[in-house]
Design a binder for this molecule. Sequence first.
Ligand SMILES: [Zn+2]
Length: 266
Amino acid sequence: MKKNLKDGVEFYTFNIFDNLNLKHCFTTKIGGVSEGTTATLNLAFRKKDSDEIVLENYKRVCDAVGLSYEGIVIPKQQHTNNIKIIDRSEIGLLNNNSLDNTDGIMTNEKGIVLTTLYADCVPLYFYDKKKHVIALSHSGWRGTVKKISVVTVNKMVKDFGSNVKDILVGIGPSIGQCCFEVDESTKIEFEQNINFANDYIYKCKSNNKFYIDMQGINKQLLLEIGLLESNIEIANLCTKCNSDTFYSHRVMGADRGCMAAMIELL
Ligand SMILES: [Zn+2]
């Protein structure tokens, strides 16, 4: 990924999506109007900031990245592996859409800005360069264990006729293996659901905890179903290590803002 700065807004983009018919970003804390613990670019409604402040933050991001402000759609993420195909009836920032229990969204329509929110979980971006389908999925540890990455690709294949070899994937900034410390019960969830999980789990020497590489697991899950390694870009950016740049739940708890993953077909 590379860091971009436009009109004071700092955001990351994947090199793999350069020069394609899409716009996308992963936002940071930098460039908005929020104050206090959500300073400054919080993109989550109904946390601490008024709607007006969050709307202004989205406006700034859209202007900087070149995304369509009117086309934004945000699902109500619940750590599921439910994916929905979006149509225009669901767009609009204050649209009380029906996207409950939805952690992945997908479309082949131009002008719809798929948006999902983060503060340590893994953002996954998908683009089928032949069928012109985009998707985003929110892969926290529960979503990773439920293989939302694989569920997303399977839906692109089933509903849009995608060939897995045409799908580009960006795996965005999240809590890294350096910082994603879990107890044994979480470790066991990974082992029971992902047959290669142990290759991505590291035992802490000083206590009974474990460290898990969720970006790496998501990449390996995608390779196993036939995606090409050259079509996957992994951020290798840890949101906890870089909490000056990113909101991190593990650093700040619930009293914080959220970053957004956003993608739009042109
Ligand atoms: Zn870290």
